[in-house]
Ligand binder design. Structure first.
Ligand SMILES: [Zn+2]
Length: 109
């Protein structure tokens, strides 16, 4: 509703959040990488843990054992993780820092 009012008042096309994200990704090459993690933040499900169904982390003698995936799969049948962390790849991040005059100057000091 706010976008419609803004669009009418300014005569400028207001993008949806989805389209704004898509545009920013295409302009910056900053595509977030989503990695499944234990809901208690013990481990990231990467490498040898990638296909684990439960968290193998041991704190003293206590096994975390929290489930990697939610009990119900998505409509496409894909299992949905309890938790994820988003990271940005380093090369596009450095490119973005050098593309900005102020941060580029700071990086070269
Ligand atoms: Zn855990």
């Amino acid at each position: 509703m706010h976008a419609a009012v803004l669009e009418k008042a300014t005569g400028t096309r207001i993008l949806s959040l989805y389209l704004a994200n898509k545009l920013s990704i295409s302009l910056t090459e900053l595509t977030p990488i989503r990695t499944d993690i234990c809901p208690a933040s013990c481990i990231a499900y990467t490498g040898c843990y990638e296909n684990s169904d439960t968290c193998p982390y041991l704190l003293g003698n206590t096994l975390c054992g929290k489930s990697h995936y939610k009990p119900q799969a998505t409509s496409s049948g894909k299992r949905k993780p309890y938790a994820q962390v988003m990271t940005l790849p380093i090369i596009p991040k450095i490119k973005a820092l050098y593309a900005n005059a102020e941060t580029s100057t700071l990086l070269r000091q």
